[in-house]
Structure formats: C-alpha cells, structure tokens
Design a protein around this ligand. Sequence first.
Ligand code: GLU
Ligand code: ZN
Length: 435
Amino acid sequence: MLRFAPSPTGDMHIEQLRVALFNYMVAKQKDVNFIVRIEDTDKERNITGKDTEIMEILEKFALPHDSVSHQSENLHIHQTLAIRLLEEKKAFVCTCTPDQLAADREASEQNKADPHYSGRCSLVGAEELKKLKEEKTPFVVRIKAPDAPVVFHDLIQGDIETAPNEVDSFVILKTDGTPTYNFACACDDMLAGVDLIIRSEEYLSNTPRQKHIQTLLGYQQEITYAHLPAILNAEGGKMNMCEETSTVKWLFAQGFIPDAIANYLILLGNDTPAEVFTMPEALEWFDLSRLSRSQVTFDIDTLRSLNREHLKRMDDKRLSTLFGFADEDIGKLAKLYLGEASTINELASKIEPIFAPKDFEGKWGAQMQTMEEIIQNAPMMDDYDDFTAHLVHMTGLKGESFFKPLRLILTGAEHGPELSEIYPLIKPYLLEIAS
Ligand code: GLU
Ligand code: ZN
C-alpha cells in the first residue's frame, strides 16, 4: 500500500507532484493500492479549496487512487492512541510553560547539544489528566524518548541511524487536543497498512520520530522508506519553497502539458532508457532505487523540449481542441509551428492570429485589401498552386509584393511555416481567415 499525503496549505509544487507520481507508479507496478490522505490537521495553515485543487491535479495527470480521506476524520483515533500510550506509561502529560521550555532550549544550546526536552514532567501520568482538565491547566502529551538510536534503511539515502538524544520526548498531542504532524502521520500510515513511503527528503528527520511512535504503539510491520532528493531551481534554491514559479499551476499557466511535466519529473535525476516517454512506457522500467542520491536542478529548457515532443505526438484532433476546434487539420496546423513554439501558449500565439481579423493598415494593407476581395469571391480551390495562380492572375502582383501580403492575410504574421503546407489545412476556413 502506498500513499500520497499532501497538506492543503498551498498550491501543489512540482516536488510534491513528483512524490505523487512515484507513489502512484510504484503502487501500479506492485499492483497494490494507492491512497490519498489530505493532511489537514494544521487548521491554521489549511486553505479552503486546496484539497479539491490537489485532487483535480491528480486527475489531470491521470493518477487514479483507491481512496481519499482527510486526516482530521481520524482525530478521535489519534486521541485514543495517545491516551493508550499515556496509560502504558510510554507517554506523559507535560505542563511546562513556554518560559520553562525556552530555558531548556537555552541550556541545551549552552551544552552544545541538540535542543531537547528536559524530561521535567516525564513522571506525570494519565491519572493527572482529569485534574488538569478540571483546573483548565494547559498541557500537551509527549511520547517518551527512545533509549536507543533509531535505525532504518532508506532505498535512496541508504542506512540511517539517529544520534543519541536526536529524538527527544516530543509532543504528540497539542494543547488543543489535536495531534502533531508526526503523530497523526505515524498513526495513519500504521492504520492504513502503508508499507512503502516515498516522500521528499525534507521529511527524513521526521522518519525516526514516526518509527518510534509506531514502535511504542506495538506496530510490527516493516515500512520501507524512499526519501527523494530535493529539486533545486536555477539559482540553487529549493524548489519547494512555495515560489509561484515552482507550482504545478504555474506550469499549466505557461502552457506545459501533463504528459511532458510527468515525463520531465520521472527523467530528473534518473537513469532512464529513453528521454521521451509516456507513463505506460515508464511503468515498464521505472525503478526507484536507480534515482540519484544527489539534488537535482530544475531545467525549464529540458521541460520545453519535452513539451514540444509530447505536443508532436499528441492526437491531431485532441491538439486542435486546445485552440477551440475539433478538427484534425487544425491539430496538424499547430504542429507545423512546433519548430518555433514549445508550449500551448506559444502555439496559441501562432494559431489565434490566423483566425483573427486582419490588420489592413500596415505596409501591405492595400494589396491585402485587393486579395481579400478576390478570395471572398473566388471558388473554393483545393490546390495551393491553383489558388496562388488565380490570385497572381487577378492581382497582377508578384514576388515580395505578392507573397508578403498573402502571408499576412492568411496567417496574420510576417513569418512562419511554408504557406503551401498551411493552405491545405486552413482552406475550409478561408472566408473567415481572409478578412
Ligand atoms: N503532508 C506532507 C506534505 O504536504 C507530507 C507528509 C508525508 O509524506 O509524510 O508534504
Ligand atoms: Zn513538561
């Protein structure tokens, strides 16, 4: 069982999308379930509607899931499990004030140790709970620190072992009774029977805590981890830092298509048998353990060239729908422009002027006017040579003064692919175009 566990706290960024893709792919390869869990326990950071947006993005990338749930639905289970740990004396109630905790932090800094909880309340058990609640004394629940280092193997990062004191007696239930991220996540992975967790490297330091929680809850099943190296931007900064330009939304707004984005994210830092591929092809050979351990840099130019390749391979009719048509020939027309355009937006900037009203005010305006009249009154001609011969005959124009205005009236642009290639694709629309 694999899962994708996004927080609805912002726009999905490409690093998260990569996590979703890999979890989906491995689940598919292993023929096991892939579930989505919206991690919405941090109420202050949740943004309304982001969960729906995340699901829409998964749909656009055709990553079907077996179930979707919100973590907050499990609140009572998290609380019950925390109480169980309290009763088993594996957790304790902590009433330390912020000042006391700040003093602890300072003390550990002076001793040059990792900041960790002092253990002040570690003897306060479940029996105190009732009294604290009656007195309305704020408290949190902390799990007892492990007495040995936590060790695990990561498919990408190798063997990991925590330093002594790295995992201290950390909080599992906050003062408002809601679970911390680590607790909710560890419980839910356990309850769902997730046995392979693929996620970003930034969660690597949480893994020992989550393993410790599961161990104290008596969970026996082994969970395998794969923490993916960060994606850096061209400046060397981390892509997941909520920059607008690293969101999936931004890539869509630029005119990148899901097939190309998925191809790029699978290619990044990977050893693949081909550079351009589809998801079904990648499922044949994708192997998590071949991913590079080092950080990778996002390169928009590679994405652009992949986008062009996937647009080339797109079904002609489907491509035409991106420009408001349902006509194979318009898809073919768009493909003529792929030499100079890589995104849907760039293609649209070529296709739209063809169908837009023409500008008769420019240098070739007068010739265009003459051509307009002739075209509007001419019979439909299948052949480009017949069409131009007719126009030449009727206008008496030749050379540049024929071809410049002709290109302008047919395409709305001064340069572009051969008119002889364009003409057969646009001829049914000629009366609309030449006006
Ligand atoms: N909720 C975390 C996120 O939005 C993921 C946590 C996890 O995968 O364990 O990135
Ligand atoms: Zn305390």
